[in-house]
Write a protein that binds this ligand. Structure first.
Ligand code: SAM
Length: 390
């Protein structure tokens, strides 16, 4: 994909909003002495209070938004996930669920409905959400659709200590700010953002952190001397380390698009995995439309698994989304339909295809299951287990 500058913003309020964020970014660059890391830039673009893509009020997720996610495609996704949760909750007695980055709140609604149906409700369904705007949208969804279960849902600002239960993160790690590296002529550089004659531009300089130096040595072992751009998600590693610290007993399900390290840093992926989405159009230029477009990077599942092990978690499973959902009974869920309702059957068949076919989300999305102090194995996560790839 090429640099895209032709995307036009027709909404003048959106345009003004983006200009305000641009002014803030330029001020931050100047305060920092002329450059900021790409991770700092991405953090501002997505989460600057009131201005960032996720923090401001535009409609981003779901039909009519910039992108759609598995819980928005079908309730069958969250209902199947609920069956995986039951396997853990039943081992724990008193336990809670903690969802990170709950988006529109749809996954929370559908999981709670299914758990209610199966008489397996947790003590609490906690949500930690980086965006104040999305938090409001989630509160509204819970209130409108499942008012009888509203008392279960609690929004938290920080991780609860000594947590017992299940942690969920669907498409959250890919929305965390990444550092961007450039390898050329056997040397490694970090890519910064500078303000050059009032234009945001890339600029290469020394790596800003020692953990990036370690990471760049590791990446070189995969790419050799190939000229190469790529991303490193230190935020996801720090997030997982603190989760591991606070989890006393239970499981963490991380669902996202990404690869094991050897595939992530394959010499052929020489432009990295950074992608931007604006009104359903994907492109690879994060320097345009600040605050108006989503910016994401694929997840390196090996480094998450390594962080998990380093912090006392067990890596219990690594599956494709297709295998995870099939083991959780997604096809059985749809077969309980009223078979006279041909439209519903057709709709669910289409949704299952989107979630599980290798050419759709089934293969690109993976599920990493991490556990701590569980007495029994989780049999569903054995289907198509690929931990050997990590
Ligand atoms: C791509 S959206 C996915 C939303 C939802 N999980 C879904 O699947 O539809 C990313 C979500 O993660 C949130 N987020 C990103 N980083 C976060 C963090 N460190 N803590 C909590 N929420 C976070 C964003 O605000 C947003 O709600």
């Amino acid at each position: 994909m090429t640099l895209t500058t032709s995307l036009t913003v027709t909404d003048t309020i959106a345009q003004q909003h983006s200009e305000q964020l641009l002014t803030l970014i330029k001020r931050k660059i100047s305060e920092a002495g002329g450059k900021i890391s790409f991770a700092d830039y991405m953090q501002l673009c997505l989460y600057a209070p009131g201005l960032g893509y996720y923090s401001a009020g535009s409609h981003k997720i779901g039909y009519g938004g910039d992108f759609t996610t598995a819980p928005e495609i079908s309730p069958l996704f969250s209902r199947s996930l609920a069956h995986q949760l039951i396997d853990v909750l039943r081992q724990l007695g008193q336990a809670d669920i903690l969802e990170f980055g709950a988006g529109s709140g749809k996954m929370a609604v559908d999981i709670l409905r299914e758990l209610d149906l199966k008489q397996s409700l947790p003590d609490h369904y906690y949500i930690i959400e980086a965006s104040a705007d999305l938090r409001q949208r989630q509160q509204q969804a819970i209130h409108d659709v499942i008012p009888h279960l509203e008392y279960k849902v609690v929004w938290l600002d920080d991780l609860p200590s000594n947590f017992n239960g299940v942690v969920l993160a669907n498409e959250v790690c890919d929305a965390m700010p990444v550092h961007r590296l450039h390898f050329t002529n056997g040397l490694s550089y970090e890519r910064y953002i500078v303000n050059n004659d009032e234009q945001l531009q890339w600029s290469d300089d020394e790596l800003s952190r020692t953990d990036l130096i370690d990471k760049s040595i590791e990446i070189k072992s995969f790419i050799g001397d190939t000229a190469y751009f790529t991303e490193v998600n230190l935020a996801a590693q720090a997030w997982l380390a603190s989760l591991a610290d606070n989890l006393q007993q239970g499981a963490i399900f991380i669902i996202d698009y990404g690869y094991p390290q050897a595939v992530y840093y394959h010499p052929q992926r020489s432009n990295g995995t950074l992608m931007c989405y604006y009104q359903q159009q994907g492109h690879d230029n994060p320097l345009i439309l600040p605050g108006l477009q989503d910016i994401t990077a694929h997840v390196d599942f090996t480094s998450l698994a390594q962080t998990a092990v380093d912090n006392g978690l067990d890596v219990a499973g690594f599956q494709s989304q297709a295998d995870f959902l099939l083991a959780a009974g997604i096809t059985e869920l749809s077969s309980f339909n009223d078979h006279d309702d041909a439209f519903l059957m057709l709709q669910q068949a289409t949704e299952i295809k989107r979630l599980t076919l290798p050419t759709e989300m089934g293969e690109t999305f993976k599920v990493l299951t991490l556990t701590k102090n569980l007495d029994h194995l989780l049999p569903r996560i054995e289907l198509g287990d690929r931990r050997y790839n990590l």
